[in-house]
Structure formats: structure tokens, C-alpha cells
Design a protein around this ligand. Sequence first.
Ligand SMILES: O=P(O)(O)OC[C@H]1O[C@H](OP(=O)(O)OP(=O)(O)O)[C@H](O)[C@@H]1O
Ligand SMILES: Nc1ncnc2[nH]cnc12
Length: 244
Amino acid sequence: MASEDAQDHRIARISSAIRVIPDFPKPGIMFQDITTLLLDPKAFKDTIDLFVERYKGKNISVVAGIEARGFIFGPPIALAIGAKFVPMRKPNKLPGAVISQEYALEYGTDKIEMHVGAVQAGERALVIDDLIATGGTLCAAINLLGRVFFFSLSEFGRISICFFFLFFFSFFSFSLLLVDVRKRLGPHTTNFLSVVDGRLAGCLERLAWDSERDYVLLINYLAASVSCIYLEVYVTWSLVWVCV
Ligand SMILES: O=P(O)(O)OC[C@H]1O[C@H](OP(=O)(O)OP(=O)(O)O)[C@H](O)[C@@H]1O
Ligand SMILES: Nc1ncnc2[nH]cnc12
């Protein structure tokens, strides 16, 4: 594991490799262009390494990448930590049965889809994307993973009370995150510098989502405008068993 100093050095390099383009794709948007990071092999590798160092050996079996830029950063992280890669795609791209989730963007709305069966209840997932603007995409990805439970429940024929419980539980937790992320990040895109320096980390801390505790777990870590959420799903599944 690199020292704190070496990590800071990497983060500064990563940050400076990201180009910011004002007023793209429309006035008022400060577009964070990660294609310049990809042109710098060292900064690109440092970005991947930071995530691998943090998540290797944490029993993560799924890396879910959000289209399109999560497809750039997700696969190398998945290979390095020994996890499968699950694409979360834009609508009508996946050929099999899908579950989908709509969300609002900084500019417009969109939808992401995932193949049914790609993630099983009980798996630990790391969600990878390049940045958070409003937090809508990230929350949609979390909701999508959370809905794996609904499919598992119907397989087991355990409906009604579990369904209600899970719906309430995930709605409550994730809307808290959504509201708080939106409130704290404000209307503008925020890169890792401001987020890692406390805002999102502080928000998770305040909500008492403790990385070592046995309930729905969210660890947020952002580097170089790359965002990820580590979602521990099996605990919710355990709660279902307790409930029925
Ligand atoms: O936090 P949010 O407000 O949800 O915005 C962040 C998302 O927006 C961008 O993707 P975009 O939808 O532009 O798609 P692209 O990667 O295909 O260009 C970015 O890569 C994130 O996925
Ligand atoms: N400001 C921004 N920069 C890059 N991608 C984005 N997606 C949404 N907002 C963005």
C-alpha cells in the first residue's frame, strides 16, 4: 500500500490530467473530460490502482460499470480484484431480460438497465462511474442492484411482507442518500477534490453508514472524478430472513 504522500501525489496528477470544458454540451455546464486522463498512461494506471488498493481482498464479486465511462474504468478494476464485470447499459442495448431504472441527469433524463441474473442476492458489488454530478445516475445504479432482491424473493415465492419491507427499507435509505447528495453537492458537478475533502464523505458519516457494520453499507470513495459506491447487499437479504 502506498504511503499517504505517494497517494496525494497520484491524486494531484490524476486531477490535473482531467480537462474541464466550460459550456459543454450546453451553457452553464463545466464538462469534466476524462479523455485527457486516458491519454496519460501513468495517471490512468494510478486511477485504477487507487481503487484496486482500496477494494482488493474485500470479498467483492461484482464490479458494475455504468455506461459509458464506467466501462472504461470498471473492467480493469474488476480484473485486478478478481470480480466479474456487469455492464449497466443505456436502454434497449442488452439482448436478454433486463431490469431498468430511470433517473434524472444534470442535463436531461435517462435510464439504465442490467441483465436479470447478472447479480445474485448475497453478492457484494462495487459500482464504477467517472463522476457524480447530481447523484441521480449513482442512485439509479444502487436502486437497480437493490432490486435484485425482488427477483430473488419471487423465486423463493416469498412475497407480501418481504416485498413491502424491502421496498420501504431501500426507498428510505436511498432517498436519504439522494436528498443529501443533491443538497450537499449543489447544482454543479463536483470532482473528487471537493468530495473527498469532506462533503460526500461527511454526508455518509452523518448518516452513520459505517463501513464495518452489518447493515446496508455504503462506502463512497472518489478519485479523479471517478466515483464508486460499494454496496453490501447480503445484509439486506439476511434481514429478510429474520423478518419472515
Ligand atoms: O450524477 P449525474 O447527474 O447522474 O451525472 C453523472 C453521469 O453523467 C455522465 O454520463 P452521461 O449520462 O452523460 O452518459 P455518457 O457517459 O454516455 O456520456 C457521467 O458519466 C455519469 O454517468
Ligand atoms: N459536468 C459534467 N461533466 C462530464 N460529464 C457529465 N455528466 C453530467 N454532468 C457532467
